[in-house]
Design a protein around this ligand. Structure first.
Ligand code: 13P
Length: 256
């Protein structure tokens, strides 16, 4: 059984103060009406990690970062190392499509980041997904399979809970369009899961959680969570509002 994971990627939104306010609201509801069997993760900007870490002590809500350096330490101005993140975070998002498209991150760089995260006991959430042009030219499977194989090449994991994969079709991010739950489930079953089997063997592969990301909202979330290959969501816009994010967490109840 894979645990359901609902992760909020706040992207470049919220000051530290705003992040604290939103987290307090989420904590309050979670404490009043805990949703059991669903892991909740917040990935705020780096500047809010320290404060949120203090706020979340003793709670079941986990913290993650949105990006990380492929290096460990040294003269890398502006970079954040896994050693720094490990003080606050249990997860780190790696290879988000915005990092690939806007900041030119390649599969080779993403692979180094994934390895660096695992070496420092952070769980990477590897993001993969095709663009609209790739989808329309019938290349979605090929593109996602290559991102999996290259991004996870020689990654030393021996247990399924050391890794999470997020399938985020690029054309569904922030657009209000979603892939259908069935379409996403089929792609994961035909592409992501077989890549995991090739890399890590059947037993580990079957235990790795795979999330869907791209315009997930409280009213469409359940359809995704009912799919056998979808173990949760990586949520952008809707994670910035306590009621919406909570609605998505509740939709995951009993679906794991
Ligand atoms: P939206 O939920 O805003 O479409 O963003 C998805 C995403 O990119 C999460 O990483």
């Amino acid at each position: 059984m894979r645990t359901a994971l609902i992760a909020g990627n706040w992207k470049m939104h919220l000051t530290e103060k705003q992040a604290v306010t939103l987290t307090r609201k989420l904590l309050w509801v979670q404490n009043q009406m805990p949703v059991r069997g669903v892991e909740v993760l917040l990935c705020p900007p780096f500047t809010a990690l320290s404060q949120l870490h203090k706020l979340l002590v003793g709670s079941t809500i986990k913290l993650g970062a949105q990006n990380m350096s492929a290096e460990v330490e040294g003269a890398f101005t502006g970079e954040i190392s896994p050693l720094m993140l490990a003080e606050f975070c249990s997860y780190v998002i790696v290879g988000h499509s915005e990092r690939r498209a806007i900041f030119g991150e390649t599969d080779a760089l993403i692979n180094r980041k994934v390895k660096n995260a695992i070496t420092h006991s952070l769980i990477p959430i590897l993001c993969v997904g095709e663009t609209l042009a790739e989808k329309e030219s019938g290349k979605a499977h090929q593109v996602v399979y290559a991102q999996m194989i290259e991004g996870l090449k020689e990654v030393p994991i021996f247990s399924a809970n050391q890794l999470v994969v997020a399938y985020e079709p690029v054309w569904a991010i922030g657009t209000g369009w979603t892939a259908t739950p069935q379409e996403s489930n089929a792609l994961i079953a035909a592409t992501i899961r077989p890549a995991l089997v090739r890399l890590f063997g059947e037993q580990v592969a079957n235990g790795v959680s795979v999330l869907y990301g791209g315009s997930v909202k409280p009213d469409n979330a359940r359809g995704f969570f009912q799919q056998p290959e979808i173990d949760g969501a990586l949520v952008g816009g809707a994670s910035l509002d306590a009621d919406s994010f909570r609605g998505i967490i509740e939709a995951a109840r009993n679906c794991s």
